[in-house]
Design a protein around this ligand. Structure first.
Ligand code: ADP
Length: 512
């Protein structure tokens, strides 16, 4: 056992053998020696307190210098170890026990046991000695404090090295004295690689900004907190990242500034979230503006046909009241205003259906040439300013589509061509094959569309900048509805135009 001060086992064996003969019954002394050997005892006494065996080391510890202790009384030999003598006295009265010396250093303790013969008579006692493993109370306090200090340092070290926030300590010569994993990773290195490097070596691009700030902290002893920096990190090249950087003076107990403590917290996510929030806010504000514009345009558009309608109906009533023949001119004009109103209301209803995903198609095979001719025939004689031409395809093209909805698309495009060509001109409708698709185009010579607005033309409520100025009515829903109908047929719709150079709208449909 650790701390045993008993003699070597071989010494015991010799002692036991020298007094034992294998054939004869062992004497009480031999028995005592055997028990002592088996217990690794350091001291064996007989029933009268005479020493039968004693470890020389123990004899030294007891202060015995007068030759071999065997055969001497324990009172004599154990003068320097009264606590042990006392325990042995107890043991010789048949009581075993644990005793210890609480004065000397190193401290000793002993297990003391009485030894009995076969007839129950006490033969003597043995003491097994060992260093006490209990530390003194003062040593405990010191040791604990030391351990606690070490534990705190280890904890701080671990937290510093592995903190998710980037931390560093830069000396007065602007060299890195300590750096954690997170900060070194920003430089694209491991922390061991950054130790001892200068700020310039660690971040060459940022050094011109950082160095003066660090010098300021060192010279003035004041902190610089919450700087926003945007930079690429060598760890993630090509990506702009955002950081919140603070520099603190690190002082010795005397107040001298030893260096600069650096805290770098990444704010890229917050920055992006803020940018996204701003974008959504702008979009929401834009949507509100569009809605408000739409409401005023819609109110205006719905009201416009009502005034002439009322006028024509009043004329008709006046004629009827006077017993005159009702003028068909007024009837036609009243009906035209009603048709305009129903187009607006239908556009609003279609838009709601599209939004709800409820615009249904009923498809059938449609020979394109005949179908287009039929739709265009509705326009005959509607405009004195415009001429409408149709260039039919050379070959018969058949598509599968919803007759009414495709007629709505073509009508809308031709009406727009008339509407946005206020000074007149020719509107050309063509149909041709484009690979596996049929392509229908409506070309006018009107006001055209600014290039930068063409992408938004098919959005809900969108009206090009140049159309309201020119005073053309409309809700900005027609093209939105056209795109939805064409895309539901598996086709595409787009425009080619330039301001003042007319516009050409194209749409495709898969051929059968
Ligand atoms: P609107 O009822 O306003 O005409 P549309 O959706 O049909 O709605 O058209 C959206 C916008 O596209 C129009 O307000 C106009 O600015 C522009 N636009 C459509 N067709 C033409 C065209 N042929 N020439 C010039 N601008 C056009």
């Amino acid at each position: 056992m650790k701390g045993d001060i008993s003699a070597e086992p071989t010494a015991w064996e010799d002692a036991a053998h020298s007094r034992t003969t294998p054939t004869s019954r062992p004497s009480p002394v031999e028995l005592l020696l055997q028990v002592g050997a088996s217990l690794h005892a350091a001291l064996v006494v007989d029933s009268k307190g005479w020493i039968v065996w004693m470890d020389p080391v123990l004899a030294g510890a007891a202060g015995w210098r007068s030759g071999p202790p065997v055969g001497r009384s324990m009172e004599e030999v154990l003068g320097g170890l009264p606590w042990l003598r006392h325990a042995l006295d107890e043991a010789l009265t048949g009581t075993d026990g644990l005793c210890e010396d609480d004065e000397q250093e190193p401290r000793l303790s002993a297990v003391v046991v009485p030894v009995f013969g076969e007839d129950g008579m006490q033969l003597g006692a043995c003491a097994r000695l060992r260093r006490s493993e209990l530390p003194r109370p003062e040593a405990t306090r010191e040791q604990l404090e030391h351990e606690r200090l070490e534990e705190s340092f280890a904890l701080l070290d671990t937290l510093f090295n592995h903190a998710p926030v980037a931390l560093g300590f830069i000396g007065r010569d602007l060299r890195c004295l300590r750096i954690n994993d997170a900060l070194a990773a920003l430089h694209g290195r491991r922390r061991e690689e950054d130790l001892g490097r200068t700020v310039r070596e660690m971040t060459p691009q940022l050094a011109p900004i950082i160095e003066p700030l660090m010098r300021q902290v060192l010279d003035q002893g004041t902190s610089i907190i919450g700087l926003n920096m945007t930079e690429e990190s060598p760890a993630t090249p090509g990506e702009q990242r955002h950081w919140n950087v603070s520099y603190y003076p690190v002082r010795a107990a005397s107040g001298t500034v030893l260096g600069v403590g650096v805290v770098v917290a990444e704010s890229t996510e917050e920055y992006r979230a803020r940018a996204e929030r701003d974008r959504l806010l702008r979009e929401a504000e834009e949507a509100i503006r569009v809605r408000d514009d739409f409401l005023s345009v819609a109110a205006h558009e719905l009201k416009t046909p009502l005034t002439p309608l009322k006028l024509h109906l009043q004329m008709l009533k006046g004629q009827a009241d006077a017993g005159h023949v009702v003028a068909p001119r007024h009837v036609d004009k009243a009906l035209a205003q009603l048709a305009r109103l129903s187009v607006l209301v239908n556009d609003l209803l279609d838009t709601s259906r599209i939004q709800a995903g409820e615009l249904e198609l009923t498809t059938e095979p449609l020979p394109l040439r005949e179908f287009i001719r039929e739709v265009l025939s509705e326009f005959r004689g509607t405009s004195a300013l415009h001429s409408l031409r149709f260039e039919a395809p050379d070959e018969p093209l058949v598509i599968r589509g919803d007759r009414a909805r495709l007629a709505q698309v073509l009508t809308n495009l031709v009406e727009n061509a008339f509407k946005y060509s206020p000074t007149g001109g020719t509107v050309r409708v063509t149909a041709r094959r484009m690979g596996t698709e049929a392509c229908v185009s409506v070309k006018d010579e009107g006001i055209g569309i600014p290039e930068e607005e063409q992408a938004q033309l098919f959005e809900r409520f969108f009206r090009a900048r140049n159309s309201p100025i020119s005073g053309f009515g409309g809700l900005g829903l027609g093209l939105y509805i056209c795109r939805d109908i064409i895309e539901r047929h598996g086709g595409r719709i787009w425009v080619e135009s330039g301001v003042g150079h007319g516009a050409t709208f194209h749409f495709t449909l898969p051929c059968l």
